[in-house]
Design a protein around this ligand. Structure first.
Ligand SMILES: CC(C)(COP(=O)(O)OP(=O)(O)OC[C@H]1O[C@@H](n2cnc3c(N)ncnc32)[C@H](O)[C@@H]1OP(=O)(O)O)[C@@H](O)C(=O)NCCC(=O)NCCS
Length: 195
């Protein structure tokens, strides 16, 4: 499996994977499928040098099987620039095959060059699989926003999971075997730094 920066041609797959998660309910805050029009502006807003979108490709078919996006945490507030919010969606047929882990490894490897040293995820408390996933990827539970969501008449908490990112160097997280991703060479299409 390969991971790389997203391109406009990936958007139909990204939309399909996200809408499938929306339909499953309890995994995202959206209550209706997102229209195709949504995605172009979304990708443009994710500057590759600050808040990229990364996709994972099936090794044989090269189809997009999952993606991760980094977004500003509380945008416009400069003191929070070091921190990004991660969102991640994997095609259900490719769950539990290491796709999510590979995407997180790629994002963590890029983070220092993006000016990021903290990442956090915001999860619905109905989504225990994603809590297990993030914990497996070195995140821990940083806090709970009680009852901020309502699902079928019930109050549901938001969990905030996060982790610090060590700068690259011998023995660092980005250097460790488990994360083993080396950022790809500069992408001629996006010009992403260090990737
Ligand atoms: C959460 C999600 C991203 C995990 O992606 P994935 O590619 O299936 O995860 P991986 O195969 O890389 O799993 C890595 C580890 O995470 C843990 N994990 C992943 N899914 C899990 C699950 N359903 N239950 C328990 N642990 C799980 C396991 O420790 C796993 O390692 P293992 O398979 O060797 O036991 C995926 O289930 C998904 O897209 N869910 C829907 C969208 C979502 O909830 N996104 C998170 C909110 S933004």
């Amino acid at each position: 499996m390969e991971t790389r920066l997203a391109r406009p041609a990936d958007l139909p797959s990204i939309g399909r994977i996200t809408n499938a998660a929306i339909e499953r309910a309890g995994e995202t805050g959206f209550t209706a499928p997102l229209p195709a029009l949504h995605w172009e502006a979304w990708l443009e807003a994710h500057r590759p040098d600050r808040h990229p979108v990364i996709v994972a490709l099936n090794a044989t078919t090269e189809e997009v099987v999952g993606y991760l996006s980094l977004s500003p945490y509380r945008p416009g507030r400069g003191i929070l620039d070091r921190t990004a919010e991660v969102s991640i969606f994997i095609d259900a047929e490719h769950h539990r095959r290491g796709v999510g882990k590979a995407l997180i490894a790629h994002a963590l490897a890029l983070a220092p060059a993006l000016g990021l040293d903290r990442v956090l995820g915001i999860l619905l408390a109905t989504n225990r699989a994603s809590l297990a996933f993030f914990e497996r990827c070195g995140f821990s539970l940083w806090g709970t926003f009680p009852g901020v969501a309502r699902i079928e008449g019930a109050d549901v908490d938001h969990w905030i999971v996060g982790r610090a990112i060590e700068p690259p160097g011998p023995g660092s997280v980005a250097d460790s075997e488990d994360r083993g991703h080396t950022p790809p060479p500069s992408d001629p299409e996006t010009g992403a730094p260090g990737s």
